[in-house]
Design a protein around this ligand. Structure first.
Ligand code: FES
Length: 152
């Protein structure tokens, strides 16, 4: 009995020094000023000038510069959630799981995906830097909402 109590005390002492803390990864990412997303090329059929995939691998989003706005596309396929890839040559996002394909603006056109790729909150901070918040998602009905894009 004494031995058991000592063991519990030892465990509690260890727990004291290693408290249970849940670490949440950051959801906001500074991606630079709007002027950094200019390619000089003409818009494609979907009004997209540039798709920037720099944040796809680590943060799961693409930054899109369109004619009149900048928005962030969530790289999660709207079928079952696999990560889509951007193919610059074909100006298409493609899902490796079941073959869904999306135009440069994220609108689905092939495969089982039921709707366009979602978008993420984007806004300008006090330093005029674009910030993407992966914690807030906009579905297609809300693409024109405040903070679903930044006008340029
Ligand atoms: S998860 Fe993308 S097509 Fe199924």
């Amino acid at each position: 009995m004494f031995f058991c109590g000592t063991g519990i005390a030892a465990v509690e002492t260890v727990r004291f020094f290693f408290p249970r803390v849940v670490f949440h990864p950051p959801t906001t990412f500074k991606i630079g000023p709007p002027g950094g997303f200019v390619s000089g090329s003409v818009p494609d059929t979907y009004g997209v000038i540039l798709v920037d995939p720099r944040w796809k691998r680590d943060n799961k989003f693409f930054v899109v510069r369109a004619e009149d706005r900048i928005y962030a596309i969530y790289a999660r396929c709207t079928h079952l959630g696999c990560m889509v890839n951007w193919f610059e040559g074909e100006k298409t996002y493609r899902c490796p799981c079941h073959g869904s394909e999306f135009h440069s603006n994220g609108v689905n056109f092939a495969g089982p995906a039921p709707r366009p790729l979602d978008r993420l909150k984007i806004f300008l901070d006090v330093d005029d830097q674009l910030v993407v918040d992966t914690g807030t998602i906009y579905t297609v009905k809300h693409f024109d909402d405040k903070n679903a894009f930044v006008a340029v």
